[in-house]
Write a protein that binds this ligand. Sequence first.
Ligand SMILES: [Zn+2]
Length: 413
Amino acid sequence: MSKKPKIYIIDVTNRDGVQTSRICLSKLEKTMINLHLNELGVFQSEFGFPVTKHETNYLNANLELVEMGALKPIRLGGWLRAIPKDVEDAFKAVPKLKHVNLSISTSDQIIVHKFQGKLDHKSVINEMISGVKRAKSLGAESIGVNAEDASRTRLEYLVEFGQAAKEAGAARIRYCDTLGYDSPSSIYERISKLADAVKIDIELHCHNDLGMVVANSIMGAKAVNDAGFNAYINTCVNGMGERAGNADLVSVILAIKYGSGLAGEYQLDEKIDLKKAWKLCKYASYAFGVPIPINQPGIGANAFAHESGIHADGALKDRRNYELYDFEELGRGDPEIIETGRQITAGEYSGIKGFRNVYENLEVEFKDDKEAAKVLELVRYANVHNQKPLTKEELRFVAKHPDIAKKIFTMTP
Ligand SMILES: [Zn+2]
């Protein structure tokens, strides 16, 4: 290997994040998150489920944003079951799909106790191979193959599965610690063996059921890099994700950049720009309706707060006394301005006068009354769609891309 392998981020907020019980995102919110992730320099956003009917218009509209250059250079990847029928349905519904991850379970537990005879170890691999080949023939440019429950999969079988995926044309395999069962040492050891045997780039998809998600993701990525291959860590904004969540996007980036034995030794995708983190995390918190804990790394209200005498004195003398990284690096430090006087807001039942006032305050101008009326109508729909006040950036998005917005709001059950 002449080139030093790197660590890339594949964010799965719009897939695992929205799969989380009790919380959801509107299609407009998912779109805004894709735009934010692009600004932050994330390699790929797993943007949704191409065979799920209510996602179709959103997915197609976001791929139009890619074509227009509004979502660039980020890749948008769809999540599918590794079944040829799903692959066909996906490309039928979302013809411009270019990047996919095909998922199937590989552990004895799931194969025996969930598939219950429908699939055995051999047919799991065969299904996956035909899924990969079908996706290739339908125009997929990059394919990741997900081994669900990989951490509880017999290693020999995982290697066999990985080799078959590679031969079929997969670019990466995704090692899923679906239950959050791994520990930093177990994942390092298993991934080292897997990467050595299969010789392929590997994604780390970890869960936080035992509170080790970031450490596991990092140690897994380290093992992939140490074996000479690129690692792709799956993250979620604010650590959302099923049950106890996935690896928090910001924590993962901070750990690679500042962790002992990692900083300077391992190469994070240089497109990553943490300055966009604050805005993204605040937006995602608002969109999900889930507050950011005050002790969340980098982003929490207390991440740069010092009170005890010794620490406050030290931090004031030299920030490096008690801070590993600067708040400015995360895009923090600007005061937030909150309107305390009269406010005209835009909602489901807004009229043209108030609506124009809202956009004047955003310094957005319309060509003529016709255009203003069109955007007003869309903003009403956007409010029905989101069921909460629109943010300034959402209002700007609707005015800038009215036709895309219209597609995103369109749903025909
Ligand atoms: Zn997951």
